[in-house]
Design a protein. Sequence first.
Length: 298
Amino acid sequence: MAHVRAFFDPRTYTLTYVVWDPDTRDAVVIDPVLDYDPAASRTWTESVDEVSAFIRANALSLRYVLETHAHADHLSASQILRRRFDAKVVIGARITEVQDVFKGVFDLGAGFAADGSQFDRLLADGEVLEAGALRVETIATPGHTPACVTYRIGDAIFTGDALFMDDYGTGRCDFPRGSAAALFDSVKKLYGLPDETRVFVGHDYQPDGREVRFETTIGKSKTNNPQLRASTTKEEFVRFREERDATLAAPRLLLPSVQVNVAAGRMPAARENGHRYLNIPINLMHPADELGEPTPKK
Ligand SMILES: [Fe+2]
């Protein structure tokens, strides 16, 4: 059975996982975090240093970094692990659709190819990745974003932002090309796995201030998940999810995160003065004129 170690980033409520085979010590990392302070626009590596130290202390061979999707709440540290451990970075094949949308939003220009080539490999639904002795099955779970995937390794699945803890719910579906109906179908697909399947979630928001929890099972999710249990109808879920999403604020690191993560975790190229810049659109969702005064929507 594959071993799992979780790392929790309290700034973004993100879970990063190291999964390894105890015999061969082949390992993968799922969803590593690059620390980022938006006010100072500064990055640092405390979170990924902790993961790196664990890999070294346990003499693991890191084969792949697996992204469940292009995250909108934290910058990915996948390229740092790639450099440190000579690992490959992979993501779901439909990342090209997400790149296509955000290439326009961030005005990334002709130099940015929306073909997934920034990643070492793209994984289609059902595709199996051999990570040394670890067998990683890709399960497409669109809804939060079109490119979201769940990774299945032995008796464990890593759901990213599709399915959260069984006392919390599911991921939001209001990002570009997100879909509550698609997320319902995705979670129902996961609910078709054996009840004892271990479920490791991509975030834990610690509802009511409880301690961090990140592991449940398919059986418990089907019985308890307050947003989508086995008996929930598609109509009920879609109505709930869309109403809830309409009340949610933009994630604090939305624009920096997505801009870096559609480039597989690479910063924009340095300009002539040697500095790197993010392109942050102003009033993207709520049009305004050149003085910042809101204009009527057309
Ligand atoms: Fe996400």
